[in-house]
Design a protein around this ligand. Sequence first.
Ligand SMILES: O=C(O)[C@H]1O[C@H](OP(=O)(O)OP(=O)(O)OC[C@H]2O[C@@H](n3ccc(=O)[nH]c3=O)[C@H](O)[C@@H]2O)[C@H](O)[C@@H](O)[C@@H]1O
Length: 435
Amino acid sequence: MSQSKAIPHFDLAPSTPGKLKPDKFSAYIHRLRFQAALFKLTVGSALFLALIVFLVVFCSPSASPPPRRILGDSRGGSYWERRVRSSARTRARAGHTVLVTGASGFVGTHVSLGLKRRGDGVVGLDNFNDYYDVELKLARQTLLGRAGVFVVEGDINDRELLEKLFNMVAFTHVMHLAAQAGVRYAMKNPASYVHSNIAGFVNLLEVCKSANPQPAIVWASSSSVYGLNSKVPFSEKDRTDQPASLYAATKKAGEEIAHTYNHIYGLSITGLRFFTVYGPWGRPDMAYYFFTQHILQRKQIEIFEGPQHSSVARDFTYIDDVVEGCLAALDTAKKSTGSGGTKKGSAQLRIYNLGNTSPVPVTKLVSILEKLLKVKAKKKLLPMPRNGDVKFTHANISLAQRELGYKPTTDLETGLKKFVKWYLNYHSGLKKYSS
Ligand SMILES: O=C(O)[C@H]1O[C@H](OP(=O)(O)OP(=O)(O)OC[C@H]2O[C@@H](n3ccc(=O)[nH]c3=O)[C@H](O)[C@@H]2O)[C@H](O)[C@@H](O)[C@@H]1O
């Protein structure tokens, strides 16, 4: 084999190889071969690594085809913007243009439908988190889509997204219902309450205060702010400085934060203290919902009792009544007075109880469910654990009655009847549970 033939890349050799001594030349060739092999190995490994990275990034489950909601909802782009604008369009003269946060949540869905039905423009926002069954949130989103409400997928902590929405649409109102709900779950995941109910709320208010025009804000506080207050019925003037759960503490913090943004920036803000809202399309983490599920599955349910076997009671409030209250709060909200982050004058700051004014013991709730489901519940009575629950709630609604015209009309049995009808229909449709 001639040396010249053995040189793999002849052009890499010195232009005058004949001038090298044979032994030096063979060492040189050796070096060249080694370098060439090394080069091949490096390029090969790099290509192999690139292939692995490609496979990991594009073929892993997290990057697999996005779920349906993300496909229909990916942020930005002309199609997305068209959907936001069309959803925001009002049909009624002098209709509101409302951003509803938590739109695929229980109350958010009903309020969005109520607004859309009467001709207001509604844009929904929801992060579709998995605190409870995401399928249910997606089903609500479908319902909203059919009614012409587009739900943007996004988090209230996402400043860029909120600013984008406010740049596209001059929202007159924000109905802020996105929150980490649930009293007992706060012991399991405290950070999620701070993230949504405090950080998320502040982020939303920051965007609202800088918006031009500033929207009026109506938001969901909670009956839980009354905490250990024992004066009944609970009136808005009663003390709310003894929260029994972190959930309640974050809602109470929200009320104080609302005061600050109203005071500094002239934002018009109305807080609504909801009292154990229930009904069709409800929340599976709430007792009336999972009691129904467990009774049908012949599973045991635990019913909490107060001291000396006293009953625990809630001022259960039907969703349609609460929606009326929410819409009335939006309609009576005065405009914010600031613009672009500067206050021009004092603005409205309100708090209302939205309850039913007739507390019902949890044992009674269970007996109504037994009757409606025609199944005897397997009950276990046990002392209320130290889990953030309070013994009873009872709303005084005279302020909401006077100023909002709020007048709940649905008793627990009537409301549960509607819930059970929806529940059986929805879950048989999903074929989720066998009887
Ligand atoms: O209105 C409110 O302020 C709050 O109402 C509900 O909180 P809660 O009243 O605790 O509603 P459920 O979780 O459905 O509990 C209802 C009743 O059932 C009792 N319960 C709950 C669970 C259980 O296993 N057993 C049981 O007896 C609770 O102690 C409570 O008295 C919501 O979950 C909160 O998000 C909301 O803010």
